[in-house]
Design a binder for this molecule. Structure first.
Ligand SMILES: Cc1cc2nc3c(=O)[nH]c(=O)nc-3n(C[C@H](O)[C@H](O)[C@H](O)COP(=O)(O)OP(=O)(O)OC[C@H]3O[C@@H](n4cnc5c(N)ncnc54)[C@H](O)[C@@H]3O)c2cc1C
Ligand code: SF4
Ligand code: SF4
Length: 1015
């Protein structure tokens, strides 16, 4: 079907264009022949780009990840000639379905992200559309300026997408929305015309096509002047429709300081429907020198909302709401709990975060005092927690920014749905609006959590709906009742997130038929053939068109007999009663696995590059396929049969291939997507079908053959000593010839300590020595033993007990089997560990281990291996060496036995699993026991070695790229007398391979400090 030539001018629904396979294949061929970027037309890639952070799923025709601007222009030309629509995309974090459609999706977030110009005098920066806000601000910070539209998704939102949606930050009361901060846009129209859109004065040189376009636009605006004044809401937070009010300003805050016309503002908020943005010139603001924060605690949400109008009179830069549900959800997250607790007085029903910024510290402090006084005047004395220092403020803002994500961590099929999430109402009506809407939710058997921008009357709320069942009907009913209230209060239906698929239908409702027709005319002037992101803002589908839902009624998943226990996800939740059924009762044919995968709501938080671990393979490749979100989507599509009848298929294998199982997502994904565990489950099914390659067998069965290798280490190590053996190992086994392998030792720890007398029933600590430490680095275990004994503990060494005649072989946590997807073998190893340790656990001894990935599997994987209560009993008694010492700090007085080392500085790299289990503070803590040792943590993600991953020839390059992101440069910059500390055996190898430096386990550092005293 072709795009109709003449489009109706009313906002009548127009079906999305369907492209039959031949056209799709022609497009793919034409693009491949002409562009340098990635052309992705396979089903899985299209599936990964068929969703954004909305409830919708629409398969694109194909995907282009352009390498250059020329690629985009060529693609536009080809699509125009083939009459195939185009959809520009940044991070795809839109909540309303702006970034999904049956079009060629052009993702410019990978390559088109450069800063083009910086003008300090004019306080502007010109950038390409794919640059991410946090990255831009990191670049600007040394210059003392920033771009202040601080959206919650600042770590992933691209400036092109922010302009597309007319995004707004928490501090919009002080800085305005995108439209207030964009100075000019270099754009390409659908017919290929390139022009700069900006202030009227600069438009004289525009091409004739653009000048006639502008004069037609002006004609429409003049004609509709009265209607614009009548229908465009007079609130700052109005982002729906086109900004036709550039010609007749209606916003409380004019788009330009002098009310003059800037044509770029018409493109802002146009959601990729009018033109493709090549570059943006943005206005910058000086970085505020000082900030203070007052957290006002309220007994009721209503009271908080009533007070908002008074608080804004103090001139704050932000007033942000966090309600009771959000407070409780934040408290249930170990990382957020201490932060939120520090902001509370008693048990408030809601808190408002009131921020003041200024170059004058005294001024911000006096504002804070004024806030305290005001709350007294308003009848709430003693309700303000004041935060004068930057660190606690920053921490609390992070909790607030994580608000939506925290909320999305609800299990079950009902999810908080975004469709009235950003209605904006004047502040004097905010309390009543919240109260009445809460009642509407209750009437429809649901509830919502309230948070965000109280300063500008835009409160976020998402009722919990089950789109597979009655969600669509409830969505419409609630939207209609909310809409009636918004109209009554003269507010805006879309105050932050734009129109997309969920709200374009409401454009006519908000702006009336005349302006809706005018919007259609504007669209036709820019894009007469309807090629750019069709179906958004004008001529939309219905919000409740279930054929466009990600979870349509009747959505089914394939039955899967899971190897791991996923029952915690297999539940039903009742939002009204706030109850959840017991594990295993959710009716998932995939036994909870599918529901765990569905926890990914596509918010894109895993696309971050800043602190934390998630997601190293994305950081190295910047490919959607190699991102936690891309993997979860691939699995979701596969588990629901959308990639074929068998979920264990090649597309999933490819998506999981570069997942290094770092567990970064387990901790950092706001909804707890645990891709490392999902990879084990997948590999189990994959191996059942495809068997095990020789290399994988060698790695997986290491614990079984290691005893033999230790007897004849010169044979086992021959691969690195015999000429030509490395090359052969690459050819035959796929092991990277550029790597050395860890060397087997004959003097294993367990052999050396075999004759040692144990402490029997009196031992406080059982040292669990893993396969890697025992065979490759026994010195670490000796060091740990020495330190623990010096600290006064009676230590036993974990050894196997008789079970199925397998006593000779040392214990092993089963990690290598899990990495290969051999769950049954891993379970067998875990059972041996449980049998051996159960008596010690029963009498309360601590199980202490050295290698993070091994020891922490006792706290993590063991619980998923369906091993029953004995596994549950071990988990809380299992500690990393450093965790144990840190937790006992008051009792062991180890510090008195340590003396200074020759080195005065230690650079610490955390193993991913240490970070995932929050063990880094403990590592720092025990290192700080060494006198005069300054400890600095390298802000690094995964080292890239990740077990056997980096040793594989096909992963070598990406492994090194991961290491080069931050770890290796930091190590190379460290002076020769800096102590390098890394507790992971693979991390130490990567540091040795990549930087030629030796890193040591923390146990060795402490043992050296002990030795130097003794010596
Ligand atoms: C958890 C969460 C929190 C959020 N918080 C906020 C918030 O605080 N404030 C806020 O305003 N929004 C928020 N959003 C919505 C969203 O993150 C923002 O709108 C963001 O700016 C979108 O950026 P993006 O790069 O993901 O754009 P995308 O979603 O990729 O694109 C957005 C729109 O811009 C268009 N577009 C992209 N690039 C171009 C281009 N080069 N040329 C023309 N059109 C283009 C797209 O077609 C699309 O219509 C939130 C979303 C989530 C999931
Ligand atoms: S994996 Fe987690 S962080 Fe990434 S998009 Fe999904 S929910 Fe968000
Ligand atoms: S386990 Fe690590 S590499 Fe794998 S998806 Fe999660 S964050 Fe990314």
């Amino acid at each position: 079907m072709r795009v109709p030539r003449s489009l109706p001018l009313m906002n009548a629904p127009l079906p999305l264009v369907f492209h039959p396979a031949p056209a799709q294949a022609d497009l793919a061929r034409a693009l491949r022949a002409s562009v340098a970027g990635d052309v992705l037309f396979d089903a899985a890639s299209r599936g990964r780009y068929s969703t954004d952070a909305s409830i919708y799923q629409v398969e694109p025709v194909g995907v282009l990840v352009p390498r250059t601007m020329d690629d985009v222009h060529v693609a536009l030309d080809i699509c125009r000639s083939m009459r195939i629509p185009v959809l520009p995309r940044g991070a795809g974090s839109s909540q309303c379905g702006q970034t999904v459609g049956n079009a060629l999706v052009i993702d410019h977030s990978k390559h088109l992200d450069n800063v083009l110009a910086f003008d300090a005098a004019a306080m502007t920066v010109t950038i390409e559309p794919g640059i991410v806000l946090d990255r831009l601000n990191a670049w600007l910070r040394p210059k003392g300026v920033w771009f202040p539209v601080d959206v919650s998704t600042s770590a992933q939102a691209t400036l092109g997408g922010m302009a597309g949606n007319n995004s707004c930050g928490s501090r919009s009361i002080a800085y305005g929305n995108m439209v207030h901060n964009v100075r000019a846009i270099d754009a390409t129209l659908a017919d290929g015309t390139c022009a700069s859109f900006g202030p009227e004065s600069m438009m004289h040189d525009a091409p004739a096509r653009v000048r006639s376009l502008l004069s037609a636009l002006r004609g429409i605006a003049d004609r509709e002047r009265d209607e614009i004044a009548r229908k465009v809401p007079h609130v700052m937070r109005r982002v729906g429709g086109y900004n036709i009010d550039v010609f007749a300003p209606q916003s409380e805050r004019p788009y330009t300081a002098d009310g003059s016309v800037n044509y770029a503002h018409l493109l802002v908020g146009s959601e990729g429907t009018l033109a493709w943005t090549r570059a943006l010139t943005l206005a910058l603001a000086p970085l505020p020198a000082h900030r203070t924060l007052g957290v006002v605690n309220f007994p009721t949400l209503y009271r908080a909302m009533q007070c908002a109008q008074h608080l804004v009179q103090l001139g704050p830069s932000a007033v942000e709401l966090v309600d009771r549900t959000m407070i409780e959800l934040a408290r249930s997250n170990p990382a957020f709990r201490p932060i939120i607790d520090g902001a509370l007085i008693g048990e408030p029903d809601a808190i408002l975060l009131v921020e003041f910024t200024s170059d004058d510290r005294a001024h911000t402090l006096s504002r804070l005092d004024r806030l305290v006084e005001l709350m007294g005047d308003l009848g709430l004395p003693g309700s303000v927690v004041t935060m004068r220092d930057a660190a606690p403020q920053r921490a609390l803002w992070e909790v607030r920014k994580a608000g939506l994500n925290i909320m999305m961590s609800m299990k079950g099929d009902g999810k908080p749905v975004s469709f009235i999430e950003d209605c904006a109402v004047p502040l004097e009506h905010l309390a009543d609006y919240v109260d009445r809407l809460t009642q509407v939710f209750a009437k429809h058997g649901t509830r919502g959590t309230w948070y965000a921008h109280a300063s500008v009357g835009t409160l976020h709320v998402r009722p919990i709906l089950d789109m597979r069942r009655d969600g669509a009907a409830k969505m419409r009913a609630i939207a209609e009742e909310a809409g009636a209230m918004v109209r009554e209060y003269k507010g805006a239906f879309s105050g932050e997130h734009g129109d997309g698929l969920v709200r374009s239908e409401w454009v006519g409702w908000q702006f009336g038929p005349r302006l809706t027709r005018a919007f259609g005319e504007i669209k036709d002037l820019f894009d007469p053939e309807g090629l750019l992101n069709p179906g958004k803002i004008v001529r939309s589908t219905r919000m409740d068109d279930a054929s466009l839902f990600r979870y349509r009624p009747g959505y089914r998943t394939l039955p899967v007999d899971t190897a791991l226990d996923w029952s915690d996800w297999n539940v039903h939740a009742d939002p009204a009663a706030d109850t959840v059924t017991p594990p295993g009762t959710g009716g998932d044919p995939a036994q909870g696995f599918a529901k765990a995968v569905e926890m990914c709501n596509n918010n894109g938080h895993c696309r971050k590059f800043d602190a934390g671990t998630m997601c190293p393979s994305y950081r190295a490749t910047r490919d959607e396929q190699h991102l936690t979100r891309g993997r979860a989507n691939t699995l979701r599509l596969a588990l629901s049969g959308q990639l074929g009848p068998d979920f264990a298929n090649d597309a999933v294998r490819d998506a999981l291939d570069l997942c290094v199982s770092c567990k970064g997502c387990r901790r950092e994904c706001p909804t707890g997507v645990d891709m490392a565990k999902m990879k084990v489950e997948f590999l189990h099914h994959w191996r059942a079908k495809h068997g095990l390659a020789m290399k994988d067998r060698l790695v997986a069965y290491l614990p079984r053959w290691a005893p033999w290798a230790a007897r004849f280490p010169w044979i086992a190590n021959a691969r690195d000593t015999m000429p030509g053996a490395r090359a052969l190992s690459e050819r035959w086994l796929g092991l990277a010839s550029r790597r050395t392998l860890p060397a087997f030792r004959r003097d294993t720890f367990l052999a050396r300590t075999a004759s040692r007398h144990g402490n029997g029933d009196t031992a406080d600590v059982v040292l669990f020595v893993d396969t890697f430490t025992n065979y490759y680095e026994p010195d670490n275990a000796h060091a740990a033993l020495a330190v623990l004994e010096a600290a006064g503990y009676r230590v036993d060494i974990a050894r196997p007990v008789s079970r199925d005649g397998d006593t000779a072989r040392p214990l092993c946590c089963g990690r290598t089997f899990l990495a290969g997807g051999l769950v049954r073998e891993a379970r067998r190893e875990a059972q041996r560990v449980i049998d051996a340790l159960a008596p010690a656990v029963a009498r309360g001894a601590a199980i202490v281990g050295l290698e993070p990935s091994c020891l922490l599997s006792l706290r993590d994987e063991f619980l998923s291996l369906k091993l029953g209560p004995a596994a549950q009993a071990i988990a809380p008694r299992a500690f990393l060496f450093e965790e144990f010492l840190a937790s006992q700090r008051g009792s062991h007085h180890l510090d008195s036995k340590l003396t200074a080392l020759p080195q005065r500085r230690a650079l610490l790299h955390g193993h991913c699993h240490q970070k995932a289990f929050d063990a880094m503070a403990a590592t720092r803590d025990v290192l700080s026991l060494v006198p005069d040792l300054a400890v600095e943590v390298i802000e690094s993600s995964c080292c890239g070695m990740a077990g056997s991953f980096g040793y594989e020839a096909r992963h070598y390059d990406v492994s090194m790229r991961m290491a080069e992101l931050s770890l290796l440069p930091a190590v190379r910059n460290a002076s020769a007398d800096t102590l390098l500390v890394a507790d992971g055996t693979s991390c130490r190898h990567q540091i040795a391979d990549g930087a030629g430096r030796e890193a040591v386990h923390v146990a060795r550092v402490l043992a050296s400090a002990l030795t130097s005293r003794v010596g």
